[in-house]
Write a protein that binds this ligand. Structure first.
Ligand code: URA
Length: 209
């Protein structure tokens, strides 16, 4: 079973509380999503492989470490995942970015993919999929399947708020994918929003409501 990592750092928890507040406006909400994404990404990249190199400091020759091996790509689930991209690319500026768009079929409730644009060499990269809210887990599981179809072997999923239902769905469909989250909430309401959650993350990031 894939691991669930809750990033319970005080700064993350504090910023999530600010996100939850219905009086937090669009500008602040967007900044908070980006900052929290950066903190969670710091943990999600903790196991990147390192290699030793030698270079000259102004004082002496140093044996020192740099990130080695496969490179990284972030994949944003549209549209709320876009809000996390600035934060994660602040930490890994060389990462490439993919986008995937999914909507829920009102008849079947199944996710339907309407857009996918990935880096050409995605199959040579480690991939971190980002979406602030892991609610039912349907979009997350579908996005992971799409990335796997392209040949990616190492995939992580990063969100800010998750529900127990969403985590269970992703773990069941993709037991190899580790999940990184800021907090796990109580569950979903009848409209499939996370309770207490933050509301509609896309609307709050883009100011559409
Ligand atoms: N998507 C959101 O934006 N919020 C939720 O609570 C669930 C899904």
């Amino acid at each position: 079973m894939s691991e669930l990592h809750i990033i319970d750092h005080p700064l993350v928890q504090h910023k999530i509380s600010l996100l939850r507040d219905k009086n937090t406006g669009t500008k602040e909400f967007r900044e908070l999503v980006s900052e929290i994404a950066m903190f969670i990404c710091y943990e999600a990249t903790r196991d990147l492989p390192l290699k030793e190199i030698e270079l000259e400091t102004p004082i002496a020759v140093a044996k020192t470490k740099i990130i080695s091996g496969r490179k990284l790509a972030f994949v944003a689930i549209l549209r709320a995942g876009l809000g996390m991209i600035d934060g994660v690319t602040a930490l890994v500026p060389a990462a490439k970015i993919g986008h995937i768009g999914l909507f829920r079929d009102p008849e079947t409730n199944e996710p339907v993919q309407y857009y996918s644009k990935m880096p050409d060499d995605i199959n040579e990269r480690h991939v971190i999929i980002v979406d602030p809210m892991l609610a039912t887990g349907n979009s997350a599981a579908a996005a992971i399947s799409e990335v796997k179809k392209l040949g990616v072997k190492n995939i992580k999923f990063m969100c800010i708020v998750c529900s127990p239902e969403g985590v269970e769905a992703v773990q069941k469909a993709h037991p190899d994918v580790e999940i990184y989250a800021g907090v796990m909430d109580q569950g979903l309401n009848d409209d499939k929003y996370i309770v207490p959650g933050v509301g509609d993350a896309g609307d709050r990031i883009f100011g559409t409501k």
